[in-house]
Every structure is written in structure tokens, then in C-alpha cells.
Design a protein around this ligand. Structure first.
Ligand code: ZN
Length: 160
């Protein structure tokens, strides 16, 4: 496993559309393992492959509602259900030190494949639902700053 460098806002890779994963091989597993290590090291709650320069539809995120926290691997994820919108403060590992209010669902269901290509669905509440949306938007080249309604001064928040 290896730590990967997290790209910052302004890097054009972050604005690109990612391609679906079609081959579930050792290379994908290495990418997922590296993303897992990089996310844990960063202290964030979610990481999308384009944030480390890989234009593939791959996400890792921590389900912080589980005890102990569970790291979920999402390949080709798609948010298929969302409800209970709320105005929440969000940040991003690619936009360090910047936080702002965005409107996000507090309940969401994501459909994705695991590292072996098996499809599954998973529901998330609160920050996990928020993270489902934030991370899948990265795969389409979007940053949360496009959605910020108001920036806030903050010491530290969850970044994804
Ligand atoms: Zn992000």
C-alpha cells in the first residue's frame, strides 16, 4: 500500500469526468487499498479517485454512523434516492481550510459495486448521506464550492 498525494482545487484533473470501472482486477484492489490508507492518514471522511489523479469512478468513505466506523468501498457509485434536505457545513480534502453551507439530503441510498464487481445498495444518514453526494459529484468533475451558499470561518470540520 502507498500513500497518494491529494490534488488541490485548481488542478484540472479535479474538473474532469471519470470513466466507469470495467475490470475488477489486482490494479483496482491496489487503488482501493491506497485510497483507504490515504483517507485514514488525511483524517477525512471520504475520498474520490480523481482527488489522487485517477480518472475512474471509485470512492472510499467512512461510515461514521457505524461503531466501529466502517470503511466502505464504492465502485461505479450512483445516488439512487435522496430526501430530508438540510443546510449543513461541508469541507473537502482538495479545498483545505475552506468550509461553507451547502444544502444536502440527510438520507440517501447509494448503489455501487464492491471490489469484485458485486452490486449492492446502502443507505446513509446525516454526514454519510452528505458524503455519498459529495463524493459522486467528484466523479463528474464537481467540487462542493460550486454549491456553497455561504462560507464560514471554522477551526476544523470533516473533510471529504
Ligand atoms: Zn471532496
Amino acid at each position: 500500500m502507498a500513500l497518494r498525494n491529494i490534488l488541490k482545487q485548481g488542478d484540472e484533473t479535479l474538473a474532469k469526468h471519470c470513466r466507469p470501472v470495467t475490470v475488477f482486477d489486482e490494479r483496482l484492489h491496489t487503488l482501493l487499498d491506497d485510497m483507504r490508507e490515504t483517507l485514514i492518514e488525511s483524517g477525512g471522511v471520504g475520498l474520490a479517485a480523481p482527488q489522487i489523479g485517477i480518472l475512474r469512478r471509485v470512492v472510499v468513505l467512512l461510515d461514521v454512523n457505524q461503531d466501529p466506523e466502517e470503511l466502505i468501498e464504492l465502485v461505479n457509485p450512483e445516488v439512487i434516492e435522496q430526501s430530508d434536505e438540510a443546510r449543513v457545513v461541508e469541507g473537502c480534502l482538495s479545498v483545505p481550510g475552506v468550509y461553507g453551507y451547502v444544502t444536502r439530503p440527510q438520507h440517501a441510498v447509494i448503489r455501487a459495486q464492491d471490489r469484485f464487481g458485486n452490486w449492492f445498495e446502502r443507505a446513509g444518514e446525516g454526514i454519510v448521506a452528505q458524503c455519498f453526494c459529495h463524493e459522486t459529484e467528484h466523479l463528474d468533475g464537481h467540487l462542493f464550492t460550486e454549491k456553497v451558499e455561504e462560507y464560514v470561518e471554522m477551526e476544523q470540520e470533516n473533510e471529504s
